[in-house]
Design a binder for this molecule. Structure first.
Ligand code: SF4
Length: 385
């Protein structure tokens, strides 16, 4: 089997990624905020410059798909007019800041995120996927999302924490970014960059630890957060099949209010009741929420199968509260972490993997026809002890 190509970088607006359906242009919002006016413009741009499909990424960004090379420059000009383009691809890549969608005015989250974005130029050159989580709502909700440095709330106040450590340094809203910058500089000086692909958790895992101040305050203990569509304090969380929507859906949601992006491929519509909008999933028990599937073939050049087509048909066989990950190749873009059950496309069918990632060894191989004819094989795999 041919190994998937690992890019080691994420697409941006200035440096889009070529996929089977054209360029993927990733728009990095500020502080995870998606004001209604910006959402309307993005929907218009998705239709004018792309194929009208919009993805939500696991980094809390919005991606326009199917953009042509010829129209890319004009799209960037329009995004720049909205303040959504950085000065260079490098600056864009460094602005990898996730913010809790459950922030409230005055809690410091947006202030920290804005200051961090403004001061990224003070950082050394870091690996392409190095990122930050400003997870300063009432409880941490971003721990399942990739990040190297986290700002969180502990029992005693705010802390800045290196990924992989259970403790952090006590900070205030005014000093949090200073501590983030100090930790990032330490990471570089301590050899964490490691050929341009190093991550904080790997460095800490090797026993290389930052100054004692970053071991001063224990992080808050919290159950893993599971996002589900429905009403939340700030509005309504809304899901989408495979985290993708048509431009018309985004435009319709913008009619309800300002929005916030999340790393769960959902949008939070501020202040809204549950929206009745075509393409939006508001029922937390919708079986489509139990399947995660990447773009797959033909829209991804590395895809070995139309995984979304199969995922739609298998969704009803996934037990409630469990996750089936279908991956178009062993790269596992849509769900890099382990899932309950994974089906990884191969040249001849699918590898069936239990409690693993798309790259793990398969228990057995099945064709699409076998999976559809005997869905109980899937159910049994979920239920196996
Ligand atoms: S996992 Fe899916 S989206 Fe990622 S490279 Fe493979 S086929 Fe493409």
């Amino acid at each position: 089997m041919t190994s998937p190509v690992v890019q080691g970088w994420c697409p941006g607006a200035l440096r889009p990624m070529l996929s089977g359906d054209g360029l993927v242009v990733r728009v990095r919002l500020h502080g995870g905020r998606l004001p209604a006016g910006v959402a309307v413009r993005l929907a218009e741009m998705a239709r004018a410059y792309g194929n009208g499909l919009i993805d939500l990424s696991a980094r809390g960004n919005v991606q326009l798909r199917g953009v042509t090379e010829a129209l890319h420059g004009a799209l960037v000009d329009e995004l720049a007019a909205l303040g959504l383009v950085d000065e260079s691809p490098q600056a864009e890549a460094m602005r990898n800041v996730l913010v809790t969608p459950f922030w409230a005015a005055g809690d410091g989250s947006q202030e920290i995120a804005d200051e961090l974005a403004a001061r990224l130029g003070e950082l050394p050159l870091l690996p392409g996927k190095f990122g930050y989580a400003v997870d300063t709502g009432p409880a941490p909700v971003l721990r399942g999302a990739s990040a190297d440095i986290r700002v969180e709330r502990s029992g005693a106040g705010l802390i800045v924490r290196a990924e992989g450590m259970a403790t952090g340094a006590a900070v205030s809203v005014g000093t949090a970014v200073d501590a983030v910058i100090a930790l990032a500089r330490w990471f570089a000086q301590a050899g964490g960059i490691s050929g341009g692909r190093g991550r904080m958790a790997a460095l800490v895992g090797r026993g290389v630890l930052p100054a004692a101040g970053f071991a001063a305050v224990p992080m808050m203990q919290a159950a893993p957060f599971v996002a589900r569509p429905g009403r939340v304090a700030a509005g309504a969380l809304v899901g989408f099949e495979f985290g993708q929507m048509r431009a018309e859906t985004l435009a319709a949601l913008a009619g309800l209010g300002d929005m916030r992006v999340t790393p769960w491929r959902m949008l939070l519509v501020e202040g809204a009741g549950l929206p009745q909008v075509a393409g939006a999933i508001t029922d937390a028990d919708d079986p489509r929420l139990r399947v995660v599937a990447c773009t797959g073939a033909p829209a991804c050049l590395q895809g070995l199968a139309d995984v979304r087509g199969l995922a739609r048909r298998l969704a009803v066989h996934v037990p409630e509260g469990r996750v089936l990950h279908l991956s178009g190749c062993a790269k596992g873009c849509a769900h890099p972490a382990a899932a309950d059950v994974v089906l990884t496309a191969t040249a001849t069918g699918y590898g069936l993997i239990r409690r693993g990632t798309a790259a793990d060894a398969a228990l057995r191989h099945l064709t699409e026809d076998e999976l559809l004819a005997q869905p109980e094989l899937l159910t049994e795999t979920f239920n196996a002890p």
